[in-house]
Design a protein around this ligand. Structure first.
Ligand code: ADE
Length: 345
């Protein structure tokens, strides 16, 4: 265990990220699984005596050498990348009672975007029906009526304007959302990715489950730069922890050549846009992961979600261009989303 502490802290020696021993109290509140440990809620005492919530990542017991390497890499990367409003930023590192290193990052009160969006229902102005957003219209659960409406998945192509008659309601939060709120999430996510790109960081696992919402519903991208080794050794696919398989977020060249670049992140961003407009739906629900590659090669792309206007769908399709060089840059994606927002208001 001693050697392990030293490994963890090497490289962090001359950087100002070590928090005081008593600065952080970790609670039992479980926030999620990392690739190599758990994330819990904690409390941070700041220099001026205030207390704020933080998220604390720790390694599992008896970590492997690779776990340690990845954890250290994540810490160093977060540190190098620095702060941005749409990125989960590092607060520092501290040692637990067993003198093991923990990574302290900012806390995002509203949790991950996928879970958040799945709690959004669509309500029609004209009927008192609530529908819970899901991938396939046949899976739409009518909360107050058995009448089924193909609200989420565009099948025959009715213009999205019909959704002016509908509104989105977040049950837990008791707030109404608008399609513009969804577009704002998308724009902020693109902004975070522009920042990662400018820092030459390739995320490799961009998906709604890895996007968090802080208070005021600000998007924060998390878990960046973690998973390269995992992918190279093809272990993530074999994961039996029940995680969604990332193959449905992966670009063609990542599937074929394990090639990851900012342009493959752009492909994943297209899937993220689709998830947002599907209110947290699962991509390619009827296609098994093992068939995704051939299906994409044959030219298939997911259809336009009903909440997604035609211009945004064009952006999504451009993200899924089979030639990475023909996909838009994050800057252009953000501009396109922002101009759609302007034109819709
Ligand atoms: N789950 C994983 N990381 C988190 C964070 N920073 N805030 C809230 N929930 C999380």
């Amino acid at each position: 265990a001693e050697g392990y502490d030293m490994t963890m802290l090497k490289g962090l020696d001359d950087v100002d990220v070590l928090l005081d021993d008593d600065a952080v109290t970790v609670s039992d509140v479980f926030l999620g699984h990392g690739h190599f440990g758990v994330v819990r809620k904690g409390a941070l005492k700041t220099a001026d005596g205030r207390v704020c919530s933080v998220a604390v990542k720790s390694l599992r017991d008896r970590p492997s050498g690779r776990d340690l390497d990845e954890f250290l890499r994540e810490i160093l990367l977060m540190q190098k990348v620095g702060k941005h409003p749409n990125i989960v930023s590092m607060i520092g590192c501290c040692l637990d009672a067993n003198r093991r290193c923990m990574l302290v990052v900012e806390y995002c009160q509203l949790g991950d975007l996928q879970t958040y969006l799945r709690k959004v229902s669509i309500k029609s102005w004209y009927a008192n029906d609530f529908y819970v957003g899901r991938t396939d219209p046949s899976e739409l659960t009518a909360v107050s009526d058995s009448k089924r409406v193909e609200l989420l998945q565009d099948v025959s192509g009715p213009p999205p304007m019909v959704f002016n008659n509908c509104y989105l309601y977040h049950g837990d939060e008791n707030v109404f959302l608008t399609v513009d709120d969804l577009l704002r999430f998308a724009s902020q996510a693109a902004n975070g990715m522009m920042f990662l790109e400018s820092n030459r960081v390739v995320h490799r696992d961009l998906a709604a489950r890895n996007v968090l919402l802080s208070d005021h519903r600000t998007i924060k991208i998390c878990d960046f730069g973690l998973s390269r080794d995992v992918y190279e050794q093809n272990l993530y696919q074999k994961s039996n922890r029940g995680d969604p398989l990332p193959v449905k977020w992966m670009a063609l060249e990542s599937l074929k050549y394990q090639l990851y670049t900012t342009q493959s992140d752009v492909w994943s961003f297209g899937v993220l846009l689709w998830e947002i407009m599907m209110l947290g739906g699962s991509p390619y629900p009827t296609i098994s992961s093992s068939r995704i590659y051939e299906v994409l090669c044959s030219g298939y792309r997911m259809p336009r979600p009903t909440l997604c206007c035609y211009s945004l769908y064009e952006v999504i399709l451009a993200c899924w261009h089979s030639n990475p060089a023909n996909r838009p840059k994050f800057g252009a994606i953000k501009d396109a989303i922002d101009s759609i927002r302007e034109n819709q208001c």
